[in-house]
Design a protein. Structure first.
Ligand code: F6P
Length: 350
């Protein structure tokens, strides 16, 4: 009987998802293994909505953006009594020998629990533009998002110069400042604000004052959406939490632009890059990177080494236990922050 492997893509999409499916599918089809794609992440496997992927599409699938399988934020451990038995039934109904979950911390966290608690033969592939998964140097999608954010800041410079304005450019990344930090450094931003460091409005204005005194007509400040802003030792950011108990994010660039305009009389504007950072085709690096991560996942399946994830460490494609990837969120390290110290806005005391 032909071996069959299931695949799903969960959580927010990221450029390179199709390349990961492609890398996985190509390697499996060389071994005569059928790849069964579930629709819309965990929703598809819970509802047993699946179809066999035609290997013919692997020629050019890696070039395309988004995910050909669809994605959703469905999460099986929200109602495990209902969802887990359904997942187990789908795996049986589809006659699967393994399941490959391509996703970030939520998707891979669920995959890890399925492996540990329900004995499902699972393999993971690390995806997220946020780059906040541990045990891998990078996740695919991250550098495509950095490219979009960098180009946006590059392009904004001319209009900022024309009108002598400060631009606060809000980048995605949830509670990690990776996209903002890489794009901010790449674009030569006058300041970078990340969740890993509290943003004090007094210190921000002080730095911008220096920039203006040095004769600059414009300033670009890269702001991570998860940055929390402080004024006179009081946190101004919302204390509202989302369904996961995390601080609600977004809107910080707009608040900062208003505060800086009012305090400094320097015309300040904001731009939220939003989902453009996930849109479009993956850059060449992410296509190749995701193809390789997908191919490594296929090898793990073939070798029956389950409960593991493909990863990049020191530039090499390796595999690691899923437990290591999901144990802790990977945020900007002190080493990174220190190295690019001059780009990060001074923080003052909390
Ligand atoms: O985790 C990826 C991500 O793009 C975050 O950077 C962002 O905060 C979030 O997803 C947006 O989610 P949604 O697509 O549900 O608005």
């Amino acid at each position: 009987m032909t071996a069959r492997v299931g695949v799903l893509t969960g959580g927010g999409d990221a450029p390179g998802l199709n390349a990961a499916i492609c890398g996985l599918g190509r390697r499996l089809s060389e071994r005569g293994v059928e790849l069964v794609g579930f629709s819309d992440g965990w929703r598809g496997i819970i509802e047993n909505e699946a179809s066999v992927i035609d290997p013919k599409i692997f020629q050019r699938l890696h070039v395309t953006g988004g995910t050909s399988l669809g994605s959703s934020n469905a999460y099986p451990y929200r109602d495990p009594e209902v969802s887990i038995p359904k997942i187990l039934r789908s795996i049986e109904a589809q006659r699967l020998d393994a399941l490959v979950a391509i996703g970030g911390e939520g998707t891979l966290g669920a995959a890890h629990r399925l492996y540990q608690e329900a004995g499902v033969p699972v393999v993971g592939v690390p995806k997220t533009i946020d780059n906040d998964l541990d045990a891998t140097d990078f996740t695919f999608g991250f550098f495509s998002a950095v490219e979009v954010a960098t180009r946006a800041m590059d392009d904004l410079r001319s209009t900022a110069e024309s009108h002598s304005r400060v631009f606060f450019v809000e980048c995605m990344g949830r509670h990690a400042g990776w996209i903002t930090a890489y794009a901010g450094v790449a674009a030569g931003a006058e300041g970078i604000l990340v969740p890993e460091r509290p943003a004090h409005i007094e210190a921000i204005c002080e730095r911008l004052e220096q920039v203006r005194d040095d004769g600059a007509r414009s300033a670009i400040v890269a702001v991570a959406e998860g940055t929390r802003v402080w004024e006179d030792g009081v946190c101004l950011s919302t204390e509202e939490r989302d369904e996961w108990g995390e601080f609600k994010i977004g809107g910080v660039a707009d608040r900062l632009a208003g505060m800086v305009s009012a305090r400094m009389g320097w015309d300040a504007r904001s731009l939220v890059l939003g989902h453009m950072q996930r849109a479009g085709q993956p850059i060449a690096f992410d296509r190749i990177f995701a193809l390789r991560l997908g191919a490594r996942a296929a090898r793990l399946v073939i070798e029956k080494r389950f409960g593991r994830m493909s990863a990049m460490q020191a530039g090499e494609i390796v595999d690691v236990p899923l437990s290591e990837a999901v144990a802790e969120r990977k945020v900007l390290t002190d080493k990174f922050l220190d190295k690019y110290e001059s780009f990060f806005l001074p923080i003052g005391g909390m």
